[in-house]
Design a protein around this ligand. Sequence first.
Ligand SMILES: Nc1nc2c(c(=O)[nH]1)N[C@H]1C(S)=C(S)[C@@H](COP(=O)(O)OP(=O)(O)OC[C@H]3O[C@@H](n4cnc5c(=O)[nH]c(N)nc54)[C@H](O)[C@@H]3O)O[C@H]1N2
Ligand SMILES: Nc1nc2c(c(=O)[nH]1)N[C@H]1C(S)=C(S)[C@@H](COP(=O)(O)OP(=O)(O)OC[C@H]3O[C@@H](n4cnc5c(=O)[nH]c(N)nc54)[C@H](O)[C@@H]3O)O[C@H]1N2
Ligand SMILES: [Mo]
Length: 688
Amino acid sequence: MPTSQPQQILGACPHDCPDTCALISTVVKGQVIKVQGNPAHAPTAGTLCTKVSRYAERTYHPERVLQPLKRVGPKGAGQFEPVSWDSAMREIADRLQRIAERDPQGIVPYSYAGTMGLVQGESMAARFFNRLGATQLDRTICASAGGEGLLQTLGGKVGMKVEFFAQARLIIIWGSNSIGSNLHFWRHAQEAKRQGARLVCIDPRRTETADKCHEHIALMPGTDAALALALMHELIVHDWLDHDYLARYTLGWPALRERALQWSPERAAQVCAVPVAQIRQLACAYGQTRPAAIRLNYGMQRVRGGGNATRAIACLPALTGAWRNPAGGLLLSSSGHFPVERAALQRPDLLGDRRPRTLNMSTLGDDLLRPASDAFGPRMDALIVYNSNPAAVAPESGKVVRGLARDDLFTVVLEHFHTDTADYADYVLPATTQLEHWDIHTSYGHTDVLLNRPAVAPLGQALPNTEIFRRLARQMGFGEPCFDDDDLTLCRAAFDGRVNFNTLLEQGFASLPLPDAPFAQGGFFTPSTRCEFFSQRLADQGLDGLPDHVPNWELAGSSTRYPLAMISPPARHFLNSSFVNVKSLRDIETEPVLEIHPDDAATRGITGACVVKVFNERGAYHCKARISTRARPGLVVGLGIWWRKLSLRGTNVNELTSQHLSDLGRAPTFYDCLVQVEMQHAELEPAK
Ligand SMILES: Nc1nc2c(c(=O)[nH]1)N[C@H]1C(S)=C(S)[C@@H](COP(=O)(O)OP(=O)(O)OC[C@H]3O[C@@H](n4cnc5c(=O)[nH]c(N)nc54)[C@H](O)[C@@H]3O)O[C@H]1N2
Ligand SMILES: Nc1nc2c(c(=O)[nH]1)N[C@H]1C(S)=C(S)[C@@H](COP(=O)(O)OP(=O)(O)OC[C@H]3O[C@@H](n4cnc5c(=O)[nH]c(N)nc54)[C@H](O)[C@@H]3O)O[C@H]1N2
Ligand SMILES: [Mo]
């Protein structure tokens, strides 16, 4: 019952970001008028990023999809007419039923982290697809190379507690633009800096974070393992080692030592294209400063050798015994600390003895275009997309879009907005936002569980993802009682009493009970409980048991046609492709840009902010050149991830990226990409 007294509702930010902030929504007369950070939640500390402080603008956006829609125009044209929920459910279920009678593996779910919520993510949806026997999706698009690297070395996605970075004396910010993508960590780094800590940033791009560090090492993309091995080389040569820690808590030291001794700073300097003195200085600082902490982020693992690079870097704190101190060690992701009951949420038992195929979400382009075969199985007949915008975010998007345009493909998209992907749907189903549904959250940047309460009733005819899959299940005749579980039941099932639910209901968050220095005395999550420099599990698969430098698929300098390395990290005011359609945020980012170094611009006659064509054999992308030393020589930076239809000529940077996969984890290699850049004389207007 709406009252005129302002009400404050506790929630959690759903977005794919390490910070997972606690929210307070102010509701007046049934409408959210303000979304703020919860001051009582330590990691949030009462502040939000610019994007999420505009969350009400996103939720009440005039272009929200608020009723089920059915396609009336050609695929991709975005022409729809409204239909009732009943007919949409009936027609979709009919079509899926017919496909399932041939082979349910023809039906493919496609989802990622539009919401990180455990309930609106993979709970009822997974139950539905498991019961159906649909293709399983390998969700690799973001973190699986680094995740696998951590798993092999530390035993899981585990690391330092983020608040202790404030007490470190040296912080290495490695492959992370913290100010842009991990703002609440940056607070701790600033605190350390005020106390006299030294900050070093390792990033091919001179980011706003690099600007604020004492030192910036602008290595070429995909060369981080070489740098890490050279640091080890120096630690060994100067005996900046914690021999006791190495003996007690690590595995494979003699072999790693031998490997590292092959990586002199001179050799690494050549590979990384940085001055050798920078490597020596960093090694000296890392070897001699206590406590020293590494904030690694996923930016460094989106290359062919991303898994090995993560392994190499994750070994470093064990060489110096940095883990002994709560303010020493490394943090890439903390998500492995959470005891989530995934099987209870997702019910893999509903598969029975069926073992459907698994497709990799990072090769969607090829897979959509692949015919049926013994090796592949049935052609993709139906694609059900939720929490993701593959037309914009998946690599080699020219192929993704050609696949989505297939007339014989049946596509259903659960969305808030008419995204590039929704334009290709046969049905677009209106989903609720975080202000309209229940959910429960882990984090990959801190160690608190958060509960999200709905602040307002669903807008228009929108429904939570869970309810859409419940209704589809009912329509398909799935009678198992698990399809009746409501969202609050699912929230409770996520931790099954291992986190106090009353605390969550009362204050919106609850901290996991964890030691301050989790690996001070070993206790890694590996089979040996040691930090595994050498991985027997990898060796058993015929892979290198030790970390090494694995050069990029598209190695800078290897092609005269495409001489520039391109990376496409996040634009600060977008969240992947989310928020691109929020005007106040798009106005800050202005337009799609390519940062190019003045030398590389000059040799191409590029002067000022002209339109350029960026291209390789996979496609072409038009955007504005921004001549800037943020891009080092030999490197261009196409900040992501614009909606295709809001860009020049209807393409975005993923037109250029490849479907090559990483060394470990079957991950995409967005930042392992060679291009050429050419000036365009004609002014191009945005498509829309
Ligand atoms: N504002 C904002 N925040 C975000 C996101 C967003 O889109 N916008 N995305 C979210 C998501 S999905 C994720 S996964 C997380 C983490 O997402 P990340 O991709 O880690 O994002 P960034 O922290 O921006 O870090 C990427 C940094 O790595 C650098 N980089 C690129 N290649 C290399 C390399 O080979 N080596 C090294 N050392 N550095 C390299 C880039 O220049 C960039 O500055 O952030 C989340 N936070
Ligand atoms: N070139 C390049 N490409 C990249 C990257 C890069 O750095 N460079 N980064 C990669 C990374 S790290 C990631 S994580 C992926 C991200 O890829 P995605 O996970 O696809 O992320 P978004 O683009 O934010 O799209 C999420 C969509 O989910 C919708 N959504 C949000 N909440 C809900 C909900 O409750 N229900 C439903 N039904 N929909 C919802 C949003 O409206 C949005 O359109 O992109 C990858 N692609
Ligand atoms: Mo991501």
